[in-house]
Design a protein around this ligand. Structure first.
Ligand code: PGA
Length: 250
């Protein structure tokens, strides 16, 4: 992919003033247009961040969306609302939500379908736990998690699959370059089966997430590797996040 995705998942880490300051710092730096840069703040700060980066090529995403379209779902935020706020992307099925909010494939499929219906680019997270890797299960785990994308009517939309091994998130551990290559190839083959040749080649991207830094990002992205990265901890520091973007543009 000529324009790697560099997506920052700020998680529940930044206050309103810190979110706005980080968005401002990113907007002022004008990261190279050869990367697709997406910032994913917490729900209440999406509008402020979207306003701050307006007029730049930086896009905004959400960290989650409801599994229902509208109605009596107290505390939920729908895909339609996120679109109204200026989101272009939404993270779906992050392992932290699978773990802490009990999200399963059935809910994730509904979220994915709704995000797509409202023209948000879903960033579907998949990845195995350490014991699943150690027992040779990673491929089966990913294949099962990816079934939610089967027959997704993408029309003109795009789908990003983020391969995020659970053991690599926030741990300082990452996959090797060879494992990233193998995971990218495996996921692309699964997408081909699920969505067909044209869609899987032209409307899908596969990215890596898990302890990505400016120093290691080149291990994961490139020809035969991943199409970009989903970044947690290193995305809440403007200098480090810009370092990741710049490393991919060298
Ligand atoms: P990390 O998080 O970069 O802090 O490991 C990645 C993620 O959870 O998306």
């Amino acid at each position: 992919m000529d324009r790697p995705f560099v997506i920052g998942n700020w998680k529940m880490n930044l206050s309103l003033s810190k979110s706005a300051a980080l968005a401002r710092a990113m907007a002022e730096e004008k990261p190279p247009e050869r990367a697709t840069v997406v910032l994913c703040p917490s729900f209440p700060f999406i509008a402020a961040v979207a306003e701050t980066v307006e007029g730049t090529h930086i896009k905004v995403g959400a960290q989650n969306a409801a599994a229902e379209e509208k109605g009596a779902y107290t505390g939920e935020v729908s895909a339609g609302m996120l679109k109204e706020l200026g989101c272009h992307y939404v993270i779906i099925g992050h392992s932290e939500r699978r773990q802490h909010a009990g999200e399963n494939n059935e809910m994730i499929k509904r979220k994915l379908t709704l995000a797509n219906h409202y023209g948000l680019v879903p960033i579907l997270c998949v990845g195995e736990k350490m014991e699943e890797r150690q027992t040779g299960q990673w491929e089966n785990v990913i294949a099962h998690q990816l079934t939610v994308a089967e027959g997704l009517p993408l029309a003109a939309n795009f789908l990003i699959v983020a391969y995020e091994p659970v053991w690599a998130i926030g741990s300082g551990q990452t996959v090797s370059s060879d494992d990233a290559r193998l995971a990218a190839r495996t996921i692309r083959a699964l997408l081909l089966e699920l969505l067909g040749a044209t869609v899987s080649q032209k409307q899908c991207a596969v990215i890596y997430g898990g302890s990505v830094t400016a120093a290691n990002v080149k291990m994961f992205v490139g020809q035969d590797l991943m199409d970009g990265v989903l970044v947690g901890a290193s995305s809440i520091d403007a200098h480090e996040f810009l370092g990741i973007i710049n490393a991919l543009n060298k």
